[in-house]
Design a protein around this ligand. Structure first.
Ligand code: PGA
Length: 248
């Protein structure tokens, strides 16, 4: 079953108000390709200004806290994101798993909080280079899914992003065969965890998606879109990726 593709940009800790000028052309590309979904996840401080600048575009967050509110200095709740106009929240990005020691259980709790607040959770998984070299890539990702997929996830509230850690920001990508193998394994695991609903959950590929490889990656079976870091920062790079996904 071909699912509606989602191309999401993750600006990470980049961008200032001036960068919102990029959203004009990105929103125009989203309008021009109504057969897929386009989202941008800027830093927290730019969520509300991004929503104001591009009301038609889906704006998301890069993280969310699992608690509704309380004594968690420096953290942001799902309700706060929703109020700011966010529609999605990335959780469990490998940079947060590494930098902030986030566990699968915490990632699942964050995804549950996002869904409970009416946001779509993008749960990130992916193996390190050492794990792939050891032949453990699929087992590692399946373990992350076991621990971090929220059981109430549905096709319209949950997205999985497969991002090999060694492909992020490096210009390297897995072979098309390896991407296909991993996405098929993720689809199988989602069926085990979520039953029939697992077939409706989109599985994005992320890690060095660029204009020149987007169409090929997006054409792989069970690749239902892309999570794009560096190449989402400018419309010049991101718009051709949207077009590549639309053509796949
Ligand atoms: P990249 O990052 O596209 O810059 O490799 C992807 C990501 O971390 O989401």
């Amino acid at each position: 079953m071909a699912l509606r593709k989602l191309v999401a940009g993750n600006w990470k800790m980049n961008g200032s108000r001036g960068a919102l000028a990029e959203l004009d052309a990105i929103a125009a590309a989203a309008d021009g390709n109504p057969g897929l979904d386009v989202a941008i996840c800027p830093p927290f401080t730019l969520i509300a200004p991004a929503v104001a600048a591009a009301p038609g575009l889906s704006i998301g967050a890069q993280d969310v806290h699992m608690a509704e509110k309380g004594a968690h200095t420096g953290c942001i709740s799902a309700a706060m994101l929703k109020e700011a106009g966010a529609r999605l929240a990335i959780v469990g990005h490998s940079e947060r798993r590494a930098d902030n020691h986030e566990t699968d259980a915490e990632v699942r709790a964050k995804a549950e909080a996002a869904i409970a607040a009416g946001l779509t959770a993008i749960v990130c998984v992916g193996e390190t280079e050492a794990e792939r070299d050891a032949g453990r890539a699929v087992a590692v990702v399946e373990g992350q899914l076991d621990g971090s997929v929220p059981p109430q996830g549905k096709g319209d509230t949950l997205v999985i992003a497969y991002e090999p850690v060694w492909a992020i920001g490096t210009g390297r990508t897995p072979s098309i065969g390896d991407v296909g193998e991993m996405h098929a394994a993720i689809r199988g695991k989602l069926a085990t965890l979520l039953g029939a609903e697992g077939a409706k959950v989109r599985i994005l590929y992320g890690g060095s998606v660029k204009p020149d490889n987007a169409a090929e990656l997006m054409a792989v079976a069970d690749v239902d879109g892309a999570l794009v870091g560096g190449a989402s920062l400018t419309a010049a790079q991101f718009v051709p990726i949207i077009a590549g996904a639309a053509s796949a």
